[in-house]
Design a binder for this molecule. Structure first.
Ligand code: NAD
Length: 430
């Protein structure tokens, strides 16, 4: 019987509550022992830090930051660092849990972790962001390391932030330690194909889904005849949109924090990307119709890629969704309730821990290449990525059939099968 003695510290966010609900559903479907289930519901370790930063105007502002390790059963913790005004301990803990599930699902020797700072990075200068990143790294230095816990970029951070983290850690250790982070620029040990990996993976699994639906006589799509909308035109969304367009799919809408743009004939993504690079937003893009993020979610398209943040498709708007396939580029973009509703309506949802696993897979490649000091070219990286994504997709689809459940539950079952075996083999200390 499952006990319920937790303090509630971790459980305040809808993302955490959804993650636990999804886990319980998977546990029930696969008959998981409550000993294991209870351990997986709570992170292994969490650190809350305050980060004072001298701003450009001479004042000092203090920010709150977190690093959470959900599980290190399979290997060092692995997970991104998020800079976003909504970051809190509960959300970071939920994201760390998703990382554990993701790494286990795709068979990596890594655990799950996440970190973040409650900040709107667009309000900070480059110098302020550097100071924030460096002080944060020092505050969490006892928790991170190539054999302990390896951060990466997430919402609001990129290769530059990872370079600052790597440099700060290396200064403290007295020698260069490139393996402390992944998602680094190529010049300091990053991997070819890492920036594009998540968006690519999001599209690889759409291709597998289309093949599978045809094989099962459930639907007969051709990607080059499909339309798509991408919510969140950041590191994941831009690449997913490009990869879809490269395969002949018509990307009719994309959006960012401020809203979206729509062209029923398909957007000229090269032009949109150029506008975005110059203006750092899609707002005001002159060659397409302006729409809201909510309108984008409800567009009549074949494929929807939510690639911004969590909690985007909920009870409030789930009935507006018309897409037939959703590939979750973001972590937790669909609440448990909305997911169950959409699956009951025949929408094929490729869950986050599978769909966006490309990033952590190539992060793993980066870590391996760094340890060996032997680097692969982009073609090799992409081939290895495609192979792992394909294997994971088919294992999840196999479990969906075996347990007669949706892909989300099947993905969690696939990952918990491996993880629980590892937990049982390692046993409980002391
Ligand atoms: P990013 O910061 O590069 O891009 C995020 C995009 O979403 C931006 O266009 C931003 O304007 C938009 N956005 C933010 N809040 C929004 C809102 N409320 N409504 C609409 N749009 C909003 O971040 P990213 O790295 O592309 O990450 C996006 C998602 O993918 C996150 O959930 C992240 O955890 C997940 N993810 C990222 C990676 C990776 O490799 N970067 C890997 C796995 C999962």
């Amino acid at each position: 019987m499952s006990h319920n003695l937790r303090s509630g510290l971790y459980e305040t966010s809808p993302l955490y509550q959804n993650a636990v609900m999804d886990l319980e559903m998977a546990g029930k479907t696969m008959g998981l022992s409550s000993n294991v289930l209870d351990r997986l519901k709570m992170p292994k370790k969490a650190m809350c830090v305050s980060i004072p930063v001298r701003m450009d105007d001479g004042s000092v502002k203090t920010f709150e930051g977190y690093r959470v390790q959900h599980s290190t059963t399979l290997g060092p913790g692995k997970g991104g660092i998020r800079f976003h005004p909504e970051v809190n301990l509960s959300e970071v803990s939920a994201l760390a849990m998703l990382m554990t599930m993701k790494c286990s699902l795709v068979g990596l020797p890594l655990g799950g972790a996440k970190g973040g700072i409650r900040v709107d990075p667009s309000q900070l200068s480059r110098a302020e962001q550097q100071a924030l990143t460096r002080r944060f790294t020092m505050e969490i230095i006892s928790m991170i390391g190539p054999e302990q816990d390896i951060p990466a970029p997430d919402v609001g951070t990129d290769g530059q932030h990872m370079a600052w983290m790597m440099d700060t850690y290396s200064m403290a250790k007295g020698h260069a330690v490139p393996g402390v982070v992944t998602g680094k620029p190529m010049e300091i040990g990053g991997s070819a194909g890492r920036p594009e990996s998540t968006g690519r993976g999001v599209v690889y699994v759409i291709e597998h889904a289309i093949e599978l639906l045809k094989k099962q006589n459930k639907a007969d799509f051709k990607l080059n005849q499909c339309t798509a909308a991408v919510h969140g035109f950041g590191k994941v969304g831009t690449v997913a949109a490009d990869e879809l367009a490269m395969r002949g799919c018509k990307v009719v809408a994309v959006s960012d924090f401020f809203g979206g743009i729509y062209d029923k004939n398909g957007l000229d993504l090269k032009d949109v990307n150029a506008y975005m690079s110059k203006n750092r937003t899609l707002k005001g893009y002159p060659k397409a119709e302006a729409i809201t993020n909510e309108q984008l979610i409800g567009l009549n398209v074949d494929i929807l890629v939510p690639a911004a943040i969590d909690g985007v498709i909920t009870r409030e708007n789930m009935k507006n969704v018309k897409a037939k396939i959703i590939s979750e580029g973001a972590n937790g973009p669909i609440t448990s309730e909305a997911q169950q509703y959409l699956e009951s309506q025949g929408v094929y949802i490729i869950p986050d821990i599978l769909a966006n696993a490309g990033g952590v897979i190539v992060s793993y490649f980066e870590w391996v290449q760094g340890l060996q000091q032997f680097f692969w070219n982009e073609k090799e990286v992409n081939e290895k990525l495609a192979e792992i994504m394909a294997r994971a997709f088919h294992r999840v689809a196999g479990n969906a059939e075996k347990f007669n459940c949706g892909m989300k539950t099947a993905a969690l079952i696939t990952s918990v099968e491996r993880l629980s075996q590892a937990m049982l083999l390692r046993g409980l200390f002391p």
